[in-house]
Design a protein around this ligand. Structure first.
Ligand SMILES: NC(=O)c1ccc[n+]([C@@H]2O[C@H](COP(=O)([O-])OP(=O)(O)OC[C@H]3O[C@@H](n4cnc5c(N)ncnc54)[C@H](OP(=O)(O)O)[C@@H]3O)[C@@H](O)[C@H]2O)c1
Length: 276
């Protein structure tokens, strides 16, 4: 069955890989967004009657509405929204530049929420739809120097878990994908890095200095990640609410979540003691 996909941030990384998988399947329509039109030239080899290429910066809220309208006008439906556009930020909490942190929240959280709000009326009318949110392994566990990035992705998790409860009986599913480090531009040009200058945080310098290396050698294969996302969406079964991908997300996520559960359970009497 023909599916119409709207994917943000298709200039590189997961978004680009997924856009190619979607475009290569004749059953699909694709609305591919990027901040620069020339970044979408790679789509020219596919059937252009099924592809709409659009310029979109997800912090431009009025433009989001225009993009969703033009997508709907062109294809008459939107079955799958993939909120993929995102960036990173490496710094200790105390040394973070709050203006840059705000900008990351604008992209990773409010951009995603504004995209979703623009598409939801269409999905409610259709009585079906799939929203895929690119979260992160760092929304299941945390690492020093990644605090504010994690905060954006934990925000995506809380947002998505609530949205799912509000729309599940309207035929709309929400899946959070939580990849481990993967070989994309994310920790390269898509991330700001603030080297510690406070002596007490010097021990984290190596974490930040080694970031570009870790991305070229990161275990995650963006093509495989995109294929798993695609397969989950098209297999017609109920989607996972959470989809950790890669060893770090799986093991690190379980270990952190279990330790939280263990700690909470160990203080049951104290926890419930505050109710009358
Ligand atoms: N790679 C990883 O290790 C990893 C792990 C877990 C989660 N993630 C998440 O996966 C998603 C995709 O990242 P990626 O790894 O594929 O990195 P990437 O290759 O750097 O791709 C990021 C995409 O987001 C776009 N983008 C950034 N700011 C934008 C804005 N204001 N408006 C619209 N688009 C914007 C970029 O566009 P430009 O080309 O114009 O900059 C690019 O298309 C992100 O949400 C990221 O947080 C990545």
């Amino acid at each position: 069955m023909t599916k119409t996909w709207l994917i943000t941030g298709t200039s590189s990384g997961f978004g680009k890989e997924l856009a190619q998988i979607v475009a290569a399947n004749v059953d699909n329509n694709l609305i591919a967004t990027a901040r620069k039109m020339s970044d979408l030239d790679y789509l020219d080899k596919y059937d252009d009657s099924k592809i709409l290429k659009v310029i979109l910066d997800v912090t431009d809220t009025p433009k989001i509405k225009d993009v969703v309208k033009s997508a709907y006008d062109r294809f008459g439906k939107i079955d799958v929204l993939v909120n993929n556009a995102g960036l990173g930020y490496f710094s200790t909490i105390e040394e973070s530049d709050m203006q840059q942190v705000h900008y990351m929240f604008d992209v990773n959280v409010f951009g995603l929420a504004n995209m979703t709000n623009a598409v939801l009326p269409i999905m409610r009318k259709q009585k079906n739809g799939i929203i895929v949110n690119l979260s992160s392994a760092l929304a299941l566990t945390t690492l020093p120097t990644m605090g504010f990035y994690s905060a954006t992705k934990y925000a995506v998790e809380g947002y998505s878990d609530t949205l799912r409860q509000e729309v599940s009986d309207l035929g709309i599913q929400v899946m959070n994908v939580e990849p481990s480090g993967a070989r994309t531009n994310w920790s390269g040009r898509s991330s700001k890095k603030v080297k510690p200058t406070i002596n007490d945080y010097q021990k984290f310098s190596d974490d930040i200095n080694s970031v570009p290396d870790s991305v070229t050698s990161a275990p995650g294969d963006p093509q495989k990640i995109a294929q798993v996302i695609y397969n989950q969406v098209i297999n017609g079964k109920e989607l996972p609410k959470h989809l950790p991908l890669g060893q770090f997300a799986f093991e690190g996520g379980i270990s952190n979540l279990e330790s939280i559960v263990d700690e909470i359970k160990s203080r049951r009497d104290l926890s419930v003691s505050t109710d009358d």
